[in-house]
Design a protein around this ligand. Structure first.
Ligand code: AP5
Ligand code: ZN
Length: 214
């Protein structure tokens, strides 16, 4: 299976991915996570991506398309993958289609997570993450057992640099102007399934599994 998770910042893409990854044996390719790792490690891509990420703009297409091209070639991704945060504009969607067509495959399903902007502020500003594993928590909706501590490793949780109200505003505006056209792109291909993602965690998970098991 090759699945795309589409939706605004804070809609639940990263939260729902571990269960999907496990149950469908897919690899989870999150461009945001990979870019944050590159920024942290100070690689050339990381140095080029940093300013755009901190301002809530998109990183240039050549960087993210290159990252996805490399990642999808990995042997462990042969069984299929979940793309979380890619494609984010129509140019990236076209590049992905070409990349897959050259291997004789295509995207099977695009899950479009729908959450009104008004709910995303609280989700994003309350998010806590464990950077090494990518696990995320929420102060109010999914608190860790011990305050500011990862349940599994006991290591400290952090807040993402772009998870403040101002940067979120810019990220939402980028989403509506550049990523929303990708919804129509996949609707025309017949791959789009809308997921009502302003529900509790388990209800969203059930909707996603229902869409993928069809
Ligand atoms: P990225 O890391 O992809 O950020 P994003 O798209 O803004 O998405 P988020 O990670 O904020 O949202 P999510 O849906 O994963 O939310 P989560 O599940 O954690 O990208 C960051 C930056 O990198 C971009 O701004 C850009 O600069 C760059 N970039 C990345 N990809 C790119 C690309 N392809 N092209 C160009 N640039 C790119 O949930 C959020 C919170 O809500 C959590 O605390 C969670 O616990 C809580 N929550 C989740 N579900 C529920 C629920 N059902 N009920 C209550 N709370 C919930
Ligand atoms: Zn995410």
């Amino acid at each position: 299976r090759r699945v795309v998770l589409l939706g605004p910042p804070g809609c639940g893409k990263g939260t729902q991915s571990p269960a999907l990854k496990r149950d469908f044996c897919l690899c989870h390719l999150a461009t945001g996570d990979m870019l944050r790792a590159a920024v942290g490690a100070g690689t050339p891509n990381g140095l080029r991506a940093k300013a755009a990420m901190e301002s809530g703009a998109l990183v240039t297409d050549d960087i993210v398309i290159g990252i996805i091209e490399e990642a999808t070639k990995k042997p462990e991704c042969r069984n299929g993958f979940i793309l979380d945060g890619f494609p984010r504009n129509v140019t990236q969607a076209q590049a992905l289609d070409q990349m897959l067509a050259s291997k004789g495959v295509a995207i099977d399903k695009v899950l479009n997570f729908e959450v009104p902007d008004s709910l995303l502020v609280e989700r994003v500003t309350g998010r806590l993450v464990h950077p090494a594993s990518g696990r995320s928590y929420h102060e109010k909706f999914a608190p860790p057992k011990v305050s500011m501590t990862d349940d599994v490793t006991g290591e400290p949780l952090i807040r993402r640099k772009d998870d403040n109200a101002d940067t979120l505003k810019a990220r939402l505006s980028t989403f509506h102007s550049q990523t929303a056209p990708v919804i129509d792109y996949y609707k025309k291909q017949g791959a789009l399934v809308n997921i009502k993602a302003d529900n509790p965690f388990d209800k969203v998970k059930t909707a996603i599994f229902g869409a993928l098991n069809k």
